[in-house]
Design a protein around this ligand. Structure first.
Ligand code: PGA
Length: 255
């Protein structure tokens, strides 16, 4: 049976009081799905502490790390520092990093290798713009992001399952416009095949996540698709109730 993952991307949201209320409304103890959350880096420890005292089990990660090992890079967070705090994963290449902070595939490839070198699982994000989908370029865009972003993937890492790919069509992120289950499945199937056939990676066992306006009302159709192993969730991951419902939907599909 394949595992299903619900991964919250809190972006630059949640203060101490909303984190408190997230935990009071979290109900995931009977879920078999895995629940992961990436808060702002300053709250990684807060989340780990709260989860422990609330007796909740989930993994905590970063939304971004520096491509540099350490040194004079004011304002950056190193992979080793987030790992030290107890983070187990990081996102790399979220579309907001690509669009707002102009992170290109070459830089993202360095971040990927830095994260792996510090034993963090990497959720590598890819996805096309609306314009690109309309022009029939979706597969070409994904190919390019994967080929350049995963270039020279460390071979000794292959057996350690530390890579996940999140397919997040940019037009569906934060817009309320979700890809149909068929559109999402088609892209995921393409990614899975491409990882194995062109990049010599383990497409079969690499978890593939869908992201873009996932919420409890549309999650089941998406998560039931054969090549969708989970969801990367922004807005609907901020409230404990919605996040728990998503975890329960994913858990039910594992049975
Ligand atoms: P959304 O964000 O669920 O709010 O669309 C998803 C993401 O940015 O990862």
């Amino acid at each position: 049976m394949r595992k299903k993952f619900i991964i919250g991307n809190w972006k630059m949201n949640q203060d101490l009081s909303s984190i408190e209320s997230f935990f009071s409304n979290l109900s995931i103890s009977d879920c078999q799905s895995e629940t992961w959350v990436s808060p702002q880096a300053v709250h990684i420890s807060t989340l780990l502490d709260k989860a422990k005292s609330a007796g909740k089990s989930f993994f905590v990660g970063a939304q971004n790390i520096s491509e540099q090992e350490g040194g004079a890079f004011t304002g950056e967070n190193s992979a080793s520092a987030v790992k030290d705090l107890g983070a187990t994963f990081t996102l790399v290449g979220h579309s907001e990093r690509r669009a707002i902070y102009k992170e290109d595939n070459q830089l993202l490839n360095k971040k990927l290798k830095m994260a792996l070198a510090h034993d963090l699982v990497v959720i590598f994000c890819v996805g096309e713009l609306l314009e690109e989908r309309k022009n029939g370029m979706t597969e070409a865009v994904l190919k390019n992001q994967l080929t350049e972003g995963l270039k020279d993937y460390p071979q000794d890492d292959l057996s350690r399952s530390r890579l996940m790919i999140a397919y997040e069509p940019v037009w569906a992120i934060g817009t309320g416009e979700v890809a149909t289950p068929e559109q999402a499945q088609e892209a995921h199937h393409f990614i899975r095949r491409f990882l194995s056939s062109d990049l010599d990676l383990d497409g079969t066992n690499t978890p593939l996540l869908y992201g873009g306006s996932v919420k409890p009302s549309n999650a089941e159709g998406l998560l039931a698709q054969p090549d969708i192993d989970g969801a990367l969730v922004g807005g609907a991951s901020l409230k404990g109730e919605d996040f728990s419902q998503l975890a329960q939907i994913a858990s039910k599909l594992m049975k």
